[in-house]
Design a protein around this ligand. Structure first.
Ligand code: ATP
Ligand code: MG
Length: 400
């Protein structure tokens, strides 16, 4: 049994001792067999949720209506889900009904891809009903059963298919790919938030171009928010030498930049994707950096306004386009800025009011902006006396 599963062994054993079946299933089996780190260990069982709860002292009803109970053991959490089938798919979305069953085979049958439909028992024996092991070995993404039907049942599976092609650098099997091309428009039925998750995982995969190629070729992209005209951008991405992306921020910025979007239209795109405000702000700042760099060298002020994170995201995007710099050098350069935030300025608005003996007004803000700029660009040292003196001079000029 793989070592990642050792600590969960007692959980499976306890369920089995009570007369039920229990297996490791899904992504954790796939990743273990591939020898990549797992993030969670999922367990499937023939025991019903209430039966699972009776077996363990500490449980949490994580998603009990879908059959999932979390068991806490020695500070670790295990998600235990009752075998289930999904029936009555309407609207090409998730099933409206899940039915608990006692058969592992039924449970594996409803899973999306053969490599995700593997189970492993307590002895490390793999249960492989859909030749998932062969697909894993041959690096193939293939739908379980009839791909046409499976994508009709749940259109998100098409996004998952291209996402896994990227994530694992696997090839999408021909009939699975053809079924995506035929059913692509069903993706419109899926909530944007769920498409978003798969899209970002695609971009951050091991070989994004593999996923993007399938995403493009099948026309699936056309049914993502405001992507109907993004074929050209995808083609461009496919023509770059092989690349990887580390952050969602870098990925979105790259995509917006290649699309030639202004800050305004980039905002529209990200809003259509229901991006967080945080992400939106960061991408705007990062995109701005790439736009400036197209015209000229960045000034200290540009770097200051962007902040180090955004400078590095911009570099991530630039690297894909063959214009990357050394990240350490960017950080070093940034560290040389006299101040990093307005808080570090040796004076504040209160000081100005006091020293100039004037009433609060927008003028104070403007003055502070001027001083901030002067310090950042190295025209003035960040020293209290010097800045106050400069404020006096500026005020005199202002009054004249
Ligand atoms: P990751 O490493 O990204 O978490 P994963 O395979 O664990 O990959 P999850 O989304 O966590 O993916 O889903 C867990 C398992 O549930 C999958 O391996 C698959 O067997 C099944 N599954 C998830 N989503 C679907 C779906 N839309 N249709 C069918 N089966 C699904
Ligand atoms: Mg998972």
């Amino acid at each position: 049994l793989p070592h990642q599963f050792q600590s969960a062994k007692v959980i499976l054993q306890r369920i089995q001792d009570a007369g039920f079946e229990a297996y490791f299933v899904g992504g954790c089996v796939r990743d273990t067999l591939l020898g990549v780190p797992l993030h969670d260990v999922d367990i499937a069982t023939s025991a019903y949720p209430q039966e699972v709860k009776q077996l363990f002292k500490k449980t949490i009803d994580t998603g009990i209506e879908h059959g999932t109970v979390t068991v806490m053991d020695h500070g670790r959490a295990y998600e235990i889900t009752t075998f289930r089938t999904e029936s009555a798919y309407q609207d090409f979305r998730r099933p409206d009904k899940v039915e608990f069953v006692r058969s592992l085979a039924e449970d594996l049958k409803r899973r999306d891809l053969t490599i995700n439909a593997l189970a492993m028992d307590v002895n490390g024996q793999v249960i492989d009903l859909f030749a998932g092991l062969a697909d894993l070995k041959n690096r193939v993404i293939r739908a379980v059963g009839d791909p046409h039907e499976r994508f009709h049942e749940d259109a998100l599976r098409m996004m998952r298919t291209v996402r896994f092609a990227s994530k694992l650098d696997f090839k999408v099997e021909d009939s699975t790919l053809a079924a995506i091309a035929e059913n692509a428009e069903l993706l419109q039925k899926i909530a944007v938030e769920r498409i978003y998750v798969e899209w970002t995982k695609l971009l951050l995969g091991k070989n994004p171009q593999r996923g993007l190629a399938a995403f493009f070729k099948t026309g699936l992209y056309q049914y993502c928010p405001l992507f109907f005209d993004k074929g050209k951008v995808l083609k461009q991405l496919l023509q770059f030498p092989a690349f990887t992306l580390q952050t969602e921020e870098g990925a979105w910025t790259l995509f917006c930049f290649l699309s030639g979007l202004s800050l305004r239209t980039a905002t529209k795109l990200l809003k259509a994707w229901k991006s967080s405000n945080e992400m939106l702000k960061t991408v705007q700042k990062t995109l701005r950096i790439l736009q400036i760099e197209q015209e000229k060298k960045l000034t200290s002020w540009d770097e200051y306004q962007a902040g180090l994170d955004c400078l590095l995201y911009a570099n991530e995007a630039a690297t894909v386009m063959g214009k990357g710099k050394n990240a350490a050098a960017i950080a070093q350069h940034y560290e040389r800025l006299p101040i990093k935030t307005r808080h570090e300025l040796a004076i504040n608005g209160g000081d100005l009011l006091h020293f100039l003996a004037i009433k609060p007004s927008p003028y104070i803000g403007q003055l502070l902006d001027q001083l901030e700029r002067a310090v950042v660009s190295g025209q003035l040292p960040n020293e209290r006396q010097v800045l106050l003196q400069a404020a006096v001079t500026a005020q005199q000029n202002h009054l004249e």
